[in-house]
Design a protein around this ligand. Structure first.
Ligand SMILES: *Cc1c(COP(=O)(O)O)cnc(C)c1O
Length: 429
């Protein structure tokens, strides 16, 4: 059975102040995970150069939380306290991190098709800029100047298999080819760069731990090649994000100890003998950091019985798009009936005028009645954040379940007025 940190009675208390639907995030569990994640890689050395990051941040292995997964500053603040940096990919994400008071090499800026304005913001903040294309070396230098530290994103093409969400690397729009990388680093050095990072990310929601070991191996080989061919010393490799989570009850979380042992063996085989130790290792996961610690809590509004059975909820696709968009599985618990036998097969739907507004299709659940509360699991990443306003739907509130079991409102629900705020009313008619 999938873990859930509250029961029906607790939610009945919460809804007195915060009506459904809402996303609720478990702060203690996110903090505990962050500590466990960093601890698994505690052998990773600090880099050759002292990074310009917050003093209590890990000098060795570090995850830069991919802000797009859950762009709420209350959650981000807790993750930062646990030592995580932030991976931003847009102007707004940089501004959000700035508002939190975060600067310098606590920020990784991994974007693509990037406007000059965004590079300028990243430079102002002292963020680590991670380039997506060889043409951006000149573009960056011309528009905002070449920083001392520069990172580049490698696309291994046919050397590596992708997976379903991100696709085959050769079909993916991201990153440099191997030849372009050599040219890119050479050029960046000529333009004044003195410190170098190397990045790749070719998987998303990947549960196979070997995948991350292979990614590290691939980058380690390239670190040696860059040293041999260009005499460039890479000071960190960024293995990207993409660690998956067990959305289905029969799936298993990635074993960090296993991944860590595998990466360490590759490090000792490739990096140490080449005299390239210390090499720092970082990642930029979003999903695994917050995904399992969020739930969309919603209420059954209607039951419908036609050619199929339907449970109509007070939540819809605007609150959680993944099932409609990717056919993704999200586990559902009927609160108060956790141990009841799953004897009813139904589609669990929202109110959007789109037939893919379904949280589940042919799901077996304990029979749920009108008024029952459902918890939709694993909505802590790409849940609220992917929300949209099509069909006049408003996004829900976000709540934080604090370590003392109090509940804090960290984003209010949108109102209809919010939807109309950008319309120009005065020149009507
Ligand atoms: C989305 C994204 C991530 C995070 O991916 P997760 O699957 O959430 O771990 C990291 N880096 C980049 C460049 C991304 O676009």
């Amino acid at each position: 059975m999938k873990h859930i940190p509250f029961d029906k009675a607790f939610i009945e208390g919460v809804v007195k102040d915060h009506p459904t639907p809402f996303h609720i995030y478990d702060e203690s569990a996110m903090r505990e995970h962050a500590r466990r994640f960093h601890a698994a890689f505690d052998w990773v050395p600090a880099s050759v150069n002292t990074p310009d990051q917050s003093p209590d941040a890990p000098a060795g292995f570090r995850n830069f939380f991919a802000v797009k997964a859950l762009p709420n500053p209350h959650v981000m603040e807790a993750l930062h306290e646990e030592g995580m940096g932030f991976d931003c990919s847009s102007y707004a994400e940089l501004v959000l991190v700035e508002k939190l008071g975060v600067r310098g090499e606590d920020i990784m800026f991994t974007s693509n098709d990037t406007p000059a304005k965004e590079y300028a913001k990243a430079r102002d903040l002292g963020a680590i800029i991670n380039l997506d294309d060889v043409s951006h070396v000149d573009y960056l230098a011309r528009e905002v100047g070449m920083p001392e530290l520069i990172c580049m994103r490698y696309n291994p093409g046919p050397l590596k298999e992708g997976n379903v969400i991100i696709g085959n690397p050769e079909e993916a729009k991201y990153g440099f080819t191997r030849e372009q990388l050599l040219e890119g680093y050479r050029k960046a050095r000529d333009l004044g760069a003195r410190r170098f990072g190397l990045h790749t990310m070719v998987a998303s929601n990947e549960l196979n731990p070997d995948y991350f070991v292979e990614t590290a191996q691939l980058l380690f080989d390239l670190v040696v090649e860059l040293k041999e061919k260009l005499d460039i010393r890479i000071e960190f490799v960024n293995l990207g994000g993409g660690i998956g989570i067990p959305y289905r009850p029969d799936q298993k979380a990635v074993d960090y100890e296993y991944v860590s042992r595998g990466i360490r063996a590759a490090y000792e085989k490739v990096i140490t003998p080449a005299g390239l130790d210390p090499l720092r290792i970082v990642m930029e996961n979003g999903r695994v950091v917050t995904g399992p610690y969020g739930w969309l809590v919603t209420r059954v509004l209607h039951r419908k019985d036609t050619y199929k059975k339907y449970l109509g909820l007070d939540a819809n696709m605007a609150h959680l798009m993944r099932p409609g968009m990717y056919g993704a599985y999200h586990h559902i618990t009927v609160l108060g009936k956790e141990n009841g036998p799953a004897t009813e097969t139904c589609d669990v739907t929202g109110s959007l005028c789109e037939n893919n507004d379904k949280f589940a299709i042919d799901r077996e659940l304990p029979p749920a009645e009108v008024g029952d509360y459902l918890a939709i699991h694993d909505t802590g990443a790409h849940g609220h954040a992917m929300g949209f306003n099509y069909n006049g739907k408003t996004r829900s509130a976000e709540l934080l379940l604090r370590p003392d079991r109090s509940v804090k409102l960290i984003r209010r629900a949108e109102t209809v007025e919010d939807l109309f705020r950008t319309i120009v009313w005065d020149n009507l008619g």
